[in-house]
Design a protein around this ligand. Sequence first.
Ligand SMILES: Nc1nc2c(ncn2[C@@H]2O[C@H](COP(=O)(O)OP(=O)(O)OP(=O)(O)O)[C@@H](O)[C@H]2O)c(=O)[nH]1
Ligand SMILES: [Mg+2]
Ligand SMILES: [Zn+2]
Length: 359
Amino acid sequence: MNKNLDLKSYGFNHKFQHQITTDEITAGLVPARVITVQKETYKIAAAHGEKYGKLKGSIFYQDTKYKVYPAVGDFVLVKPNETGDDIIYRVLERGSSFSRLNPTLRDTITRASEQIVAANFDYVFLMASLNYDFNVRRMERYLAAAWQSGGTPVIILTKADLCENYKDIITELEHIALGVDIVVISAHTGFGMEHLQKYMQPGTTLVFLGSSGIGKSSLVNALAGEELMKVNTIRENDSKGQHTTTYRQLFVLNSGVVIIDTPGMRELGMWDVEEGIETVFSDIEELFHNCRFRNCSHSGELGCAVQEAIDCGNLTKERWKSYQKLIKEANYSANKAAYLRSQKALYKNEYKKFISNKH
Ligand SMILES: Nc1nc2c(ncn2[C@@H]2O[C@H](COP(=O)(O)OP(=O)(O)OP(=O)(O)O)[C@@H](O)[C@H]2O)c(=O)[nH]1
Ligand SMILES: [Mg+2]
Ligand SMILES: [Zn+2]
């Protein structure tokens, strides 16, 4: 049986309430939050309880216009259905969202290749394990995407019990993550967990991101004080993740905080991250103003501030390379999306002509 619940405890607030029109209220539509998405089945939480919902076909499937499909964390408007699944009518505008290029849809049409990992969170927990394979450059990429998402990034370094000395890693991170909180924890021993308290506020939503096997679900369980998520108990020897979590899931803990746990990502495709790159690499973009020539390409010109910063040790070659690589990728995906959009528009026009010629 479904029991009634208060959607506020799932993070619903006036920002979302304001988006609902009187027509929608008159039509009997009510807000709900998406808890899981599996293929075309959506698990949702609404005032009338937790249940399943499906998309209203005439809105989501037959209309060729670009549509926003629900992702985990989204607030949607549904028509409650006592005898079956609720019907989802609309996704309310997102306060934040984390997206990446869908690795399985790289070459299909435009926005279809953008995958929304999670929506409407306050903090993005960028998680990495201290015991192996710590990669500063990867963290840099995640940071850029996190800043772009609209949430506030927090770096969480896990498995402190397996690492003797993490001071160097912190120092390295502090250089690339200006102003970002870095918290070192162990879900097993409880080390450092008290530093997470300030994020555990009722109605606040956190999303956990990071490679498989680094302890995202273990942290969910440690914070919940019970086993909400399955965690792989077999002791790993090669430290490779097992992909234990297979789909994204939203929970409300007893403390009132809302957490979205996600499966480990193999790949973070870049998508519209120019702004995020600016934030993460503001020191580099700042340098550009000091180059002697306004159109400096920073590849050996006289008076290039980037070269000077590298020479005097203010900027590492690795960081400069990493910046160039990200910019290249971001341009690539932006250009590609623009190209595909233009192709699609062209195709649509041709099709319209074809149809009107027929009549
Ligand atoms: N020693 C130690 N092991 C941990 C810690 N946290 C998690 N682990 C172990 O790391 C392994 C993976 O943990 P999970 O929580 O399943 O990792 P995950 O990030 O959710 O992985 P995916 O669901 O595959 O993305 C398990 O064997 C955990 O017991 C920790 O703080 N210390
Ligand atoms: Mg997991
Ligand atoms: Zn220059």
